[in-house]
Design a protein around this ligand. Structure first.
Ligand SMILES: Cc1cc2nc3c(=O)[nH]c(=O)nc-3n(C[C@H](O)[C@H](O)[C@H](O)COP(=O)(O)OP(=O)(O)OC[C@H]3O[C@@H](n4cnc5c(N)ncnc54)[C@H](O)[C@@H]3O)c2cc1C
Length: 395
């Protein structure tokens, strides 16, 4: 299916001509990329598929967007446009794309020149696969609770601990690992670059998720990393992880919108073709109302996403509310759109392998990772309360 909805947004004030040009490249990708459907599970196959996909995305020049350009700039609007298009066709391709950014961002934000020279270009070319290991069995939403330790030793650090739900674990060539270097809560965390073949790093068995996703746990047992692999300064790890999510969290909403648009297009095709009670389903008023609700959700989500991306690229300043609204609004909206599409498909909608059934599974994790919906609500509410208090404070 070629995307019918959403390609007419280039006259929105958020965009510049380069974004329209990028969109035409993405349209070509949508038409020429590997055939659907993508693999559904089977983890060993998934790993090689992800590697091949990274090479393909690099060839299309898309991985250039998840790493900074020659002037050190990141174009968040472009990342969102790309994620929307990739997720529309292949949520797995979208995941491969964004992980090259998430897994390298601490490096390009704060890494020393040697680390950057050694690790970034291979990721841009799709030859190296990146990962970021923050979450632990007892530290998910509460990042400051990380217990993995990094003890100084001759020439470096010894890392000990467990990480869980690490995308690209077992596929990646390199991991950014957050570990505790002092007991000062979030200020006691530091970031390290760990090679996949570092002695003492063990990868757990692949975890089968609700939708195809390369993911596993990591075990660090006296895992040695040299001093030169400390990213930024000691104690900067939490800040670096937050800065990384700050760049990419809006784009989770963009991926969600891509999936929502796909569901809407699939549903439109279905209701036009399917006859019910002697006429096309599309003629039923209840169906039309559902389509309108789906369109409203998709467009409102897209507006939140591109406003946030524009604000990051152009306006700058404190953007936590815009980013949280974009992630929360778009992912929750996309879940509703996809659920409605499944409903419109009837029995076929819940049959294994139907596109909307796949989307129903693909969308679900987006409301959990990179800050669950509940966490985004806290961020939004706290910024509102703080702003009101600021206004009340005597000058
Ligand atoms: C597909 C997928 C890929 C992932 N990839 C990575 C990765 O590459 N690297 C990495 O480090 N991690 C990764 N994660 C982990 C992800 O970041 C965590 O799952 C997420 O932060 C939530 O942590 P948790 O699972 O421990 O849930 P918990 O922190 O235990 O939270 C459980 C639930 O509690 C609710 N909740 C949380 N806080 C609040 C609150 N303050 N008030 C009310 N309710 C609340 C939310 O609904 C949340 O879903 C991935 C997860 C998934 C599902």
């Amino acid at each position: 299916m070629t995307q019918a909805t959403g390609w007419n947004l280039w006259d929105w004030p958020f965009f510049e001509p380069r974004h329209a040009e990028l969109a035409s490249r993405l349209r070509a990708w949508q038409q020429q990329a590997r055939p659907e459907p993508e693999p559904r599970t089977a983890s060993p196959y998934l790993a090689s598929e992800c590697r091949a996909m990274a090479g393909e995305l690099a060839q299309w020049g898309l991985l250039d967007y998840v790493l900074p350009d020659a002037e050190g700039r990141i174009d968040v609007r472009a990342i969102c446009v790309i994620r929307e298009a990739l997720a529309y066709r292949s949520p797995l391709a979208d995941n491969v794309f964004v992980m090259q950014g998430l897994g390298t961002a601490p490096l390009w934000l704060a890494g020393n020149e040697t680390l950057k020279a050694r690790y970034l270009e291979g990721c841009r070319r799709g030859e190296r696969i990146a990962a970021i290991a923050v979450t632990e069995p007892e530290a998910g939403s509460d990042v400051a609770a990380i217990a993995t330790s990094a003890r100084p030793t001759q020439g470096g650090y010894l890392l000990d601990g467990e990480k869980i739900w690490i995308t690209n674990a077992g596929v990646a060539d390199q991991y950014v690992v957050l570990a505790r270097t002092s007991d000062q809560a979030s200020r006691g965390l530091s970031a390290f670059l760990v090679d996949a073949d570092a002695p003492g790093l063990d990868i757990g068995p692949p975890i089968e998720m609700i939708a195809p996703h390369p993911i596993a746990g990591l075990s660090l047992n006296n895992c040695f990393v040299p001093d030169s692999h400390l990213i930024g300064e000691l104690g900067q790890g939490f800040k670096l992880a937050m800065a990384t999510f700050d760049v990419f969290r809006t784009s989770v909403g963009a991926a969600a919108i891509g999936m929502a648009r796909r569901a809407l297009d699939e549903a439109l095709a279905r209701v036009i073709d399917r006859r019910l009670f002697g006429k096309a389903m599309a003629e039923l008023e209840g169906v039309q109302a559902k389509l309108a609700d789906m369109c409203l959700d998709a467009e409102a989500g897209a507006l939140l996403v591109y406003r946030s991306a524009w604000a990051r690229d152009v306006r700058g300043g404190r953007l936590s509310r815009e980013v949280a609204l974009a992630k929360l609004g778009a992912t929750e909206a996309a879940q509703r759109v996809i659920d409605a599409a499944v409903q419109l498909f009837g029995g076929q909608g819940v049959s294994s392998g139907c596109i909307v059934e796949q989307l129903y599974r693909d969308i679900r994790p987006l409301r959990i990772y990179e800050g669950a919906s509940e966490v985004q609500k806290l961020v939004i509410a706290r910024t509102l309360i703080a702003a009101q208090r600021e206004q009340r404070a005597p000058a």
